[in-house]
Design a protein around this ligand. Structure first.
Ligand code: HEM
Ligand SMILES: *[C@@H]1O[C@H](CO)[C@@H](O)[C@H](O)[C@H]1NC(C)=O
Ligand SMILES: *[C@@H]1O[C@H](CO)[C@@H](O)[C@H](O)[C@H]1NC(C)=O
Length: 322
């Protein structure tokens, strides 16, 4: 049915720009109909971080664990129910993922100022950004318009190649990120999130007792916090970036140069001859290079689309489907 008129410049412009405007309307609708959205979220995140600085790290990680399991759809926020097997019990999350109560507080504050329009997945993305800003990192514009999933994806969340493990090799890390549409550069930049937060002994025991690629005095100091045998002190904590664990900066990369990473997978980024050594050195020496790459990569991560496409809902309560 193609007629010559369908290629007229006016119609062409309509086809090209209309979807763009609709997409932008999704994001801008929040500013217009809900000017209180951003200040409301920033306020709750600020209070939570004032109470406990580590919470900023925990909230940032929730956005990552959301986006890497079937895209950014808040599937990681759903609780167990008769029809849902929660991702919260998958290996990377169990006894580890935290901050769900803060997300609940944010959701109820947001529902008060603009009911029914802001998804839990968008809340995770805004909350991650606000956590970074409050801990001294950069601002960026968060893209909006995500929908919340109708189910959780336990098996996917529990599979070792979905969210990589603390003992993953560099090649496993690179291929996991590739599977999510992210480059090796994105991997190193996003890994800079480990400039804040804590890890449990169970995740770094092997590294500080058995690995060769670790500074001896650093390993020894952390052995004091993490007994040698499995089952002893498994939940004892050590900072991911010992130099400044509650400041979003580039000192994490300096620690990698000193072989003072707490996780095996972190030190894999700088392991003497690997393909990412040069980039780690760049970020360690040039904080601006890290910050500008981190912003670009976290926006890219926030764009990972759920397999269900646009099907989804705006949950009233982030812990259950409507
Ligand atoms: C690339 C592969 C990654 C691996 C293997 C990895 C692994 C880990 C592990 C094992 C922990 C400690 C968890 C525990 O012991 O309970 C952790 C913590 C953390 N991760 Fe990652 N991570 C990766 C990437 C990322 C990314 C891309 C982000 C965010 C953009 C991120 C943000 C965090 C934060 C902020 C914490 C601290 C959380 C807290 O203190 O509550 N990680 N990660
Ligand atoms: C989750 O994965 C771990 C291995 O990483 C496995 O031991 C465990 O059985 C899995 N859990 C379930 C319920 O499938
Ligand atoms: C990582 O640790 C798990 C369980 O702790 C183990 O099954 C797996 O073989 C380890 N992988 C590597 C690459 O060491």
């Amino acid at each position: 049915m193609a007629s010559s008129s369908s290629s007229s410049p006016l119609l062409l412009a309509l086809f090209v720009f209309l979807p763009l405007f609709i997409g932008m309307a999704n994001a801008n609708a929040y500013y217009k109909s809900c000017p209180q959205l951003f200040p409301t979220i920033r306020g709750v995140v600020q209070n939570a971080i004032n109470k406990e600085a580590r919470m900023g790290a925990s909230l940032l990680r929730l956005h990552f664990h959301d986006c890497f399991v079937n895209g950014c759809d808040a599937s990681n926020l759903l609780d167990d129910s008769s029809s849902i097997k929660s991702e919260k019990n998958a290996v990377p999350n169990k006894n580890s993922a935290r901050g769900f109560e803060v997300i609940d507080q944010i959701k109820s504050a947001v529902e008060k100022v603009c009911p029914g329009v802001v998804s839990c997945a968008d809340i995770l993305a805004i909350t991650a950004r606000d956590s970074v800003v409050i801990l001294g990192g950069p601002e960026w514009d968060v893209k909006l318009g995500r929908k919340d999933s109708m189910t959780a994806y336990f098996a996917l969340a529990n599979a070792t190649n979905t969210i990589p493990a603390a003992n993953a090799s560099l090649s496993a890390l690179i291929s996991s990120f590739q599977n999510h549409g992210l480059s090796t550069r994105d991997l190193v930049a996003l890994y800079g999130a480990h400039t804040i937060g804590q890890a449990r002994c169970t995740n770094f025991r092997q590294h500080i007792y058995q690995d060769k690629n670790v500074d001896a005095s650093f390993a020894k100091a952390n052995q004091g916090k993490c007994p040698r045998n499995n089952g002893n002190g498994d939940n004892n904590l050590a900072p991911l970036d010992a130099q400044s664990p509650t400041k979003f900066d580039n000192t994490y990369f300096k620690s990698l140069l000193n072989r003072q990473a707490i996780l095996h997978s972190d030190q894999e980024l700088y392991n003497g001859g690997g393909s990412t050594d040069t980039l780690v050195r760049t970020y360690a020496n040039n904080p601006q290079a890290f910050i500008s790459d981190f912003k670009a990569s976290i926006i890219k991560m926030g764009d990972i689309k759920p397999s269900s496409g646009s099907k989804g809902q705006i949950r009233k309560n982030c812990r259950r489907i409507n």
